[in-house]
Write a protein that binds this ligand. Structure first.
Ligand code: NAD
Ligand code: TYD
Length: 336
């Protein structure tokens, strides 16, 4: 089996590539543009394998994507590449639309023209929008995205599914909840709070901090994608949730306790525009059809993640230099 992974130098994509390389004999071709979020250091343990190949390129580049798919003839495409951060999509929506919508279209076209037998489109619970408790989104829920990021993911999901309906292309869509774990770029809640706490810097909490997210350890997510790649039915959507809904403040209290840092680091800042109050997912379908369920409980995963960031301070320092400084300044300077 040969798979083409897009966005394999990012947080979840690199965890997926490491897992596949460690646990299967498959060949992996990794197409990644290496934006601020792509980091080849995340793939150090696989780069010398004869079964692994890295190709730097943009999924929105029609000629490059077409040539790569035609040349590699993959048995499956697993599509992670995206501009993945809500706050950045608010500051600057253009690259989000370019990569998430146009890039997904280019990839779908290349897969269609080359008869790729399997296409997994990796998406998010954010497409369902904010839900009142105790509702949990099933795959049949309407799409009500709030941010340019989630709207672009909802659009790309629908485009991917249209390729099944119209062209009978064997597409499956996965929608996961909030991921956390090692190698996550410190712009999302958990890695940003860990990185700041470990350096005794303030932890910027948006609004009242009572927004609810469902937390999924990244390796659990990757195993869910593998389960869908193996057993998911073409044209279907599969939610992949962590079964652990928590208000942001609870996450931060747990994180501070595990890191041995004081609550006084918490700093309330101006809320995110259009901030979704609550995400919640039902993962009953993936359990029923593939047997997948999350294995890593939140406290264990969080402790493991904090230890990883503590042991990898140079990685954090490197990704925090350069472009990250400008982003941090733009996103947080006028919030306090
Ligand atoms: P990430 O931002 O860490 O990584 C994205 C990767 O895509 C980077 O390596 C980047 O270089 C690459 N990329 C970006 N634009 C590209 C382009 N035009 N061409 C080729 N490569 C490009 O993202 P992540 O958190 O690993 O998320 C991966 C996927 O999972 C995304 O599709 C995201 O929407 C989805 N998802 C993420 C979460 C989460 O909590 N992080 C939850 C559910 C779903
Ligand atoms: P984030 O990790 O950006 O993911 P999502 O895509 O779910 O918004 O944010 C998770 C939650 O944490 C969300 O409610 C926003 C909040 N948050 C903060 O309070 N402060 C921060 O600095 C960040 C990055 C997020």
């Amino acid at each position: 089996m040969k798979i083409l992974v897009t966005g394999g130098a990012g947080f979840i994509g690199s965890a997926f590539v490491r897992l596949v390389m460690a646990e299967t004999g498959w060949e992996v071709v990794n197409l990644d543009k290496l934006t601020y979020a792509g980091n080849l250091e995340n793939l150090a343990e696989v780069e010398s394998s004869g079964r692994y190949r890295f190709v730097q390129g943009d999924i929105a580049d029609q000629a490059a994507v077409g040539a790569l798919v035609a040349e590699t003839k993959p048995d499956a495409i697993v599509h992670f590449a995206a501009e993945s951060h809500v706050d950045r999509s608010i500051i600057s929506p253009e690259p989000v639309i370019q990569t998430n919508l146009l890039g997904t279209f280019r990839l779908l076209e290349a897969a269609r023209l080359n008869n790729v037998p399997r296409f997994v489109h990796v998406s998010t619970d954010e497409v369902y929008g904010s839900l009142p408790a105790p509702e949990e989104a099933t795959e049949k829920f309407p799409l009500q995205p709030s941010s340019p990021y989630s709207a672009s993911k909802a659009g790309s999901d629908m485009l991917a599914l249209s390729y099944f309906v119209t062209f009978r292309m064997p597409v499956v869509v996965t929608r996961a909840s909030n991921n956390y774990g090692p190698y996550q770029f410190p712009e999302k809640l958990i890695p940003l709070m860990i990185a700041n706490a470990l350096e005794d810097r303030p932890l910027p909490v948006y609004g009242d901090g009572m927004q609810i997210r469902d937390w999924l350890y990244v390796d659990d997510h990757c195993r869910g994608i593998l389960a869908v790649l193996d057993k998911g039915r073409a044209g279907e959507i599969y939610n992949i949730g962590g079964n652990r809904s928590l208000p942001n403040l609870d996450v931060i209290h747990k994180l501070l306790a595990l890191a041995g840092k004081p609550e006084s680091l918490i700093q309330y800042v101006k809320d995110r525009p259009g901030h979704d109050r609550r995400y919640a997912l039902s993962s009953e379908k993936i359990l029923r059809e593939t047997g997948w369920r999350p294995k890593v409980d939140f406290e264990t995963g969080l402790a493991r993640t904090i230890e990883w960031y503590r042991a990898n301070a140079p990685w954090v320092a490197r990704v925090r230099s350069g472009e990250y400084r400008n982003y941090y300044e733009r996103n947080y300077a006028n919030r306090v």
